[in-house]
Ligand binder design. Structure first.
Ligand code: FE2
Length: 229
């Protein structure tokens, strides 16, 4: 069975080809377009994976997107409604983009690649957990995922055994260690969804170099909130 996993429209667009349960190829779009953290549809990464795996699009049994857009849309919509009218400007920016692109993943995949088979959607934290546990050398392990946001989860915990994976504990938005990390990153003057590694490394190099600039705490909170979309 040949399955192609995809991520795009957020940060670090990428593709990964699984052939009979084994990773045959994986690539980030930024390597081909030379744009760091590219969010574009990963057509070049897809081409690379298929070529490396010796397959054509018609040989794929399924494509899988890395999260569930409608659940994420629900979360963002509820967040904007709860913050109305302060969220009015952000709402006007996000709604057209979601309606025209982010809720149209299967159509985009079919139109761009010509794929006619099924398109599935993985729960975001299951995607993270599977990418860590399934290729690991462990038969049984506790699995912990932490990020800014997924659909509603921001942290998930469970157990992996063999080919099974179960996440039964979660922390839900707006509580998020990842968003706190992003807020600190923005406060240090680095870009959210890309600069986090720099904010991690910065204390080690602080004696030699200062961050680009500091921001006010309100600016940093806004930046972290916008990163959750
Ligand atoms: Fe994530």
């Amino acid at each position: 069975m040949n399955i192609l996993g995809l991520s795009y429209m957020y940060h670090d667009s990428a593709a990964c080809l699984l052939r009979d349960g084994e990773i045959a190829a994986a690539a980030a779009e930024e390597r081909f377009v030379r744009i760091k953290h590219s969010v574009d549809f990963p057509i070049r990464a897809i081409r690379y994976c298929l070529e490396a795996g010796g397959l054509a699009v018609r040989d794929l049994d399924a494509m899988v997107f890395y999260e569930k857009p409608f659940l994420k849309f629900e979360r963002i919509l509820q967040t904007h409604i709860a913050a109305f009218p302060r969220s009015r400007k952000s709402f006007r920016a996000f709604l057209p983009m979601w309606l025209s692109h982010k809720l149209c993943v299967p159509q985009t995949i079919r139109e761009t690649t010509g794929f006619a088979g099924p398109v599935y959607f993985a729960d975001h934290h299951y995607a993270h957990a599977a990418s860590a546990f399934l290729p690991s050398p462990f038969e049984r392990a506790m699995v912990l995922t932490m990020d800014g946001t997924g659909e509603w989860s921001t942290l998930a915990c469970g157990v992996g055994q063999g080919r099974d994976l179960r996440l039964d504990k979660e922390l839900r938005f707006p509580h998020s260690l990842g968003l706190l990390y992003s807020a600190v990153t923005a406060h240090l003057g680095f870009k959210v969804n890309g600069g986090e590694a720099r904010s991690w490394a910065w204390p080690r190099t602080a004696s030699r170099r200062s961050p680009p600039s500091s921001r006010s705490s309100s600016a940093c909170a806004r930046t972290a909130a916008s990163s959750s979309t």
